[in-house]
Design a protein around this ligand. Structure first.
Ligand code: NAD
Ligand code: LMR
Length: 339
């Protein structure tokens, strides 16, 4: 692309930029995979004080990559500076879990990070910004950040369940022996946790109803669903560290589709519940969405839900309500009363 064709810079903040996911993420953002190959980017990298030294190495590598789309890179541990006028923020910085832990075991250490970041985003982020929460437990962290950002729309905060959706698509493709691009309309409902419900009721393989091709319901219930639910732990057991490159990839996919649009797809995103499907208001619950581009998305409504799906959807809703109750001290105005 000629320089004259490039779009004026958009500002992207990444927290935890020197961590495992951050390292994979920033290189791909810099190369134009997040916002398009004609979009100039200003990157604001945010780390803790202790993270500033490794982050300076990441800055050197970004410089050494000579990325033509990168118009500016800055590093800071000051949130208001890092979130100043941003268009997108990817909130990755938080502790990861180790073997034998559930993601909600991270709540005590991580949720307060998102209270602080919500406040700073409220003061400093661009008016139409979109915020992707990756740090775990992602859904409840998004709730905490949003509740601490009273001047922002809750819909500006999205918790990432795209990785779960991609994992589910991968397993379906393997089972049906087709390329993954032939699989669509796989849905992740609820929490990015072991209670999530990966749902094939509406899925298609090569445009045909997936359940007419994968007819083995036992495989769906006893293999597919638990495998997707526990894939994060499977990776931790194998790698000795939680997924990083695939998580970065899913974060790129999420924001790219929100920014540029992908209207033909159903994309799973955890967004504030509006009561659709009988799900309680005020929790970040993963649903199928359609990304229309220019940062607009809408949920897919009125899908028929069978008895098994309803049971699975309720179980993950219940967990999210319990998680919300456990962080009430971080929700301004709700410290002493139910939300
Ligand atoms: P990591 O430990 O390698 O990196 C985390 C980085 O965040 C570190 O460099 C740390 O210094 C920094 N950090 C910590 N607190 C911070 C703060 N308050 N502000 C700014 N930076 C801060 O961990 P990782 O493997 O990159 O994982 C990051 C998070 O993402 C974890 O919580 C992990 O569980 C989660 N995760 C989520 C998904 C998902 O699908 N939603 C997938 C994978 C990992
Ligand atoms: C994942 O799904 O890989 C991440 O949430 C990391 C984890 O703890 O499983």
């Amino acid at each position: 692309t000629k320089k004259a064709d490039l779009l004026p810079p958009l500002k992207v903040a990444v927290t935890g930029a020197a961590g495992q996911i951050g390292y994979a993420l920033v290189m791909r953002i810099a190369s134009g995979e997040l916002l398009g190959k004609d979009q100039l980017i200003e990157l604001n990298l945010i780390e803790t004080e202790a993270g500033m030294s490794p982050l300076s190495g990441v800055m050197m590598e970004l410089e050494d990559g000579a990325f033509p789309l990168l118009s500016k890179v800055s590093a800071t541990s000051n949130l208001n500076e890092g979130f100043g006028d941003i268009d997108y923020a990817l909130l990755v910085g938080a502790s990861p879990r180790g073997p034998g832990m559930e993601r909600k075991d991270l709540m005590a250490a991580n949720a307060k990070i998102f209270a602080e970041q919500g406040k700073a985003l409220n003061e400093s982020a661009g008016i139409n910004s979109k915020i992707l929460v990756v740090g775990n437990p992602a859904n409840t962290n998004a709730l905490v950040a949003s509740e601490n950002a009273p001047d922002m729309w809750p819909e500006q905060f999205i918790a990432m369940t795209r990785l779960d959706q991609s994992r589910a698509k991968g397993l379906v493709a393997e089972k049906a022996n087709v390329p993954v691009k032939d699989v669509d309309r796989v849905i992740i409902w609820g929490n990015h946790s072991a209670t999530q419900y990966p749902d094939l009721s509406h899925a298609r393989i090569g445009g045909k109803w997936a359940k007419s091709i994968i007819t083995d319901d036992k495989w769906i219930r006893n293999d597919f669903i638990p495998r997707v639910q526990k894939r994060g732990a499977e990776v931790i057991d194998a790698r000795g560290a939680s997924s990083a490159a695939s998580a970065a990839s899913a974060a790129i996919d999420t924001i790219r589709d929100i920014h540029l649009g992908s209207p033909e797809q159903w994309l799973s995103n955890a967004i504030p519940s509006d009561g659709s499907y009988g799900i309680a208001d005020g929790i970040w619950y993963s649903v199928p969405t359609v990304c229309e581009g220019d940062s607009h998305y809408r949920r897919v409504k009125n899908l028929p839900i069978d008895e098994y799906s309803a049971k699975m959807m309720n179980a993950t809703e219940k967990e999210l309500i319990e998680e919300r109750d456990s962080v009430r001290h971080l929700l301004p105005g709700h410290e002493n009363k139910p939300v």
